[in-house]
Design a binder for this molecule. Structure first.
Ligand SMILES: Cc1cc2nc3c(=O)[nH]c(=O)nc-3n(C[C@H](O)[C@H](O)[C@H](O)COP(=O)(O)OP(=O)(O)OC[C@H]3O[C@@H](n4cnc5c(N)ncnc54)[C@H](O)[C@@H]3O)c2cc1C
Length: 348
């Protein structure tokens, strides 16, 4: 994910979301919400600083005899590495099951781990696609950036080698009944947190009654997520008609000249206002031009949530830029012009 937001942001932004997710129009609730937001943001910034500021994380010790934790690195084995597409791989690492921390909430979506490049002592966050299983396996879809420090190092790792990770780090908290409709918008490897979320939301134990649409875009068809990632999502869509839809976009068909060589339905062009409005259920739909005539678009009263994850330019175009000090920043881009407010948008 080119230009993924800096990982220090994650906890501070996450806390702000908690307060915003429970927004109502009631004034006293708004006040309470504002207080909660400030409190959570402050607390989380402190926690984030404690755990994630570079000096501290670089200095975090490595321990192989206490459970996985954000404050130290745990050595794990790379047990599988498969080229998924040009410049991307699916990697599986295994953590000894006795080092898995107890507590079901820790591994509730969406969470990531930091992986440390121990040649240069630099870490980056990565999202395990399926979380972690009972045997301690975590599977990642990783992309190698041409000049990227950690991604190139990670891509070069061989099966049997040891990698150090720390976490889990919660990047967003799911609640079954908070939203009627959720639109996930991703670009490139930005699909990984959504994959993790969807696998949980549509598991047997979930009581989610709303609808989710995932709009994913890649530059060209060969850069779309590999079938290991797409097929389970397509199956979810098939088994949950009316509850989950997946729409794939490419900027262009590249050399295939408008012809997709796969059985996938792929739309040409970037994700724009039309595709966003078209993704909403008809009951939630307001034509985008309505916002030209009405300042207070009624869409902001609805229980609709947008989660956006991908290259920084894409996030900015859709939801506005990130703010200073690792905050969410104001809502901008297409979602703002469609009338959505900050409690309805989260930039991962
Ligand atoms: C919560 C979270 C979860 C994530 N999950 C995943 C995941 O599941 N899979 C995944 O692949 N990624 C994921 N990422 C992104 C990942 O953390 C890294 O940001 C990514 O791998 C790039 O790291 P890097 O060290 O290789 O690149 P960096 O060294 O940080 O460089 C970033 C970009 O800048 C470019 N760049 C670097 N140096 C130069 C230069 N001198 N001139 C021009 N350009 C340059 C690089 O080519 C690269 O495109 C996640 C990020 C976050 C925040």
């Amino acid at each position: 994910m080119l230009n993924f937001p800096c990982h220090f942001q994650v906890l501070a932004r996450h806390a702000g979301l908690h307060a915003r997710r429970h927004a109502t129009t009631n004034t006293s609730k708004s006040l309470r919400r504002a207080t909660t937001t400030l409190f959570l943001a402050g607390t989380s910034a402190a926690v984030a600083a404690y755990f994630f500021l570079p000096d501290i994380s670089r200095g975090a010790p490595t321990c192989d005899n206490i459970p996985l934790n954000p404050s130290h690195f745990t050595p794990v084995k790379l047990v599988s590495s498969t080229v998924a597409s040009s410049g991307t791989k699916i990697l599986t690492v295994t953590i000894p099951p006795e080092l898995l921390p107890k507590g079901s909430d820790l591994f509730a979506p969406i969470w990531s781990v930091f992986i440390k490049d121990d040649d240069i002592q630099v870490e980056r966050p990565y999202t395990p696609l399926d979380g972690v299983d009972e045997e301690g396996n975590m599977r990642f879809w990783i992309k190698r950036y041409q000049h990227g420090e950690v991604s190139r190092w990670l891509y070069s790792k061989q099966v049997g080698e040891t990698i150090e990770i720390r976490g889990p780090l919660k990047t967003w908290s799911w609640k079954d009944d908070a939203w009627d409709e959720i639109i996930l918008i991703s670009g490139g490897t930005g699909i990984t947190p959504f994959y993790q979320l969807l696998r949980t939301v549509f598991s047997e134990n979930s009581s989610f009654q709303g609808r989710i649409t995932l709009l994913h875009s890649s530059r060209i068809p060969s850069e779309l997520p590999p079938r290991d990632v797409l097929d389970p999502l397509l199956k979810l869509a098939q088994h949950n008609p009316g509850k989950f839809r997946l729409k794939l976009f490419v900027d262009s068909f590249g050399e295939s000249n408008g012809q997709s060589s796969t059985d996938l339905e792929i739309h040409q062009g970037r994700i724009g206002k039309d595709s966003i409005c078209g993704a909403l259920h008809s009951a939630s739909r307001v034509p985008w031009w309505r916002s030209l005539f009405s300042r207070d678009s009624d869409v902001s009263d609805r229980k609709i949530l947008f989660l956006v994850c991908g290259p920084q330019q894409m996030v900015e175009a859709i939801a506005g830029p990130y703010g200073r000090n690792y905050s969410q920043g104001p809502i901008g881009g297409m979602l703002r012009s469609l009338g959505y407010k900050s409690h309805q948008v989260w930039k991962l």
